[in-house]
Design a protein around this ligand. Structure first.
Ligand code: C5P
Length: 234
């Protein structure tokens, strides 16, 4: 079985992120580089983390006109990331442009295309947040609508909360990859995560990849924490 653990490198500097990546790389499948670290450290941190041999998930949640998103996805593909995110609310033309840019650029390079992941409704949003932006649907309805839109546009994966895995597995083709944050083992604080599942339960519910931040990087021994989570997957 491939290692489904993606460690979120939610650290403010390249030095801190790279030190963690080097330490835990043998025990995990990929690293997630998000807006904070990328804004601080730029594409160089992507290259350095890739050099550990681990896959990279570039979580910049692109949302712009299709041409701009396509160009950003092409650059990320040339950087050799294995996963990246776009907002599904950008609409089908933007989603298609992102997927096509990933496929075309990867084909030119003779590499597999990175997995373009659609982000539906952020877990920080509720029905009021949707309403104030003109969306009258409830959160669940909007998650399902955006997930279907993304998949119909050719996107091969989605980011979803643990509590959305069942909903999405029930309405999407099984080949769609689900990437799930909000993972807690039960031995550490939930922090600001309100809806969590254990790593094993999230996989059993149908997740393909687990995004795990603080339970690994804030542990006294991050490598041991990652190895413990991997062992718990059975
Ligand atoms: O530290 P923790 O395990 O909570 O980190 C989870 C990671 O997943 C963070 O990078 C966070 O931004 C991200 N994430 C999340 N919930 C979402 C989407 C992304 O926690 N709905």
């Amino acid at each position: 079985m491939r290692n489904p653990i993606i460690v979120a490198l939610d650290l403010p500097t390249a030095e801190a992120a790279f030190a963690l990546a080097e330490r835990v790389a043998p025990a995990v499948g990929a690293f997630k580089i998000g807006k904070e670290l990328f804004t601080a450290a730029g594409p160089d941190i992507v290259r350095r983390v890739r050099a550990t041999g681990a896959a990279v998930f570039l979580d910049l949640k692109f949302h712009d006109i299709p041409n701009t998103v396509a160009k950003a996805v092409a650059v990320a593909t040339r950087l050799d990331v294995q996963m990246l995110t776009v907002h599904a609310s950008g609409g089908s033309a933007m989603l298609r442009a992102a997927e096509q840019a990933a496929q075309k650029t990867a084909a030119e390079l003779g590499r597999p295309a990175p997995l373009v992941l659609g982000v539906t409704v952020l877990t920080s949003s509720d029905a009021d947040t949707l309403r104030e932006t003109g969306v009258t649907a409830g959160v669940t309805e909007q998650v399902e609508r955006l997930a279907r839109l993304a998949v119909a546009a050719g996107v091969r994966g989605l980011v979803c909360s643990p509590l959305e895995i069942g909903l999405l597995r029930g309405c999407l083709p099984r080949a769609v990859q689900l990437v799930t944050p909000g993972i807690r083992t039960g031995t550490e604080p939930a922090d600001d995560q309100r809806r969590t599942l254990s790593p094993r339960a999230a996989l059993a519910a149908g997740a393909d990849w687990l995004v795990i931040g603080r339970p690994i990087y804030a542990a006294p021994d991050p490598r041991a924490a990652a190895e413990g989570i991997l062992a718990s997957l059975g």
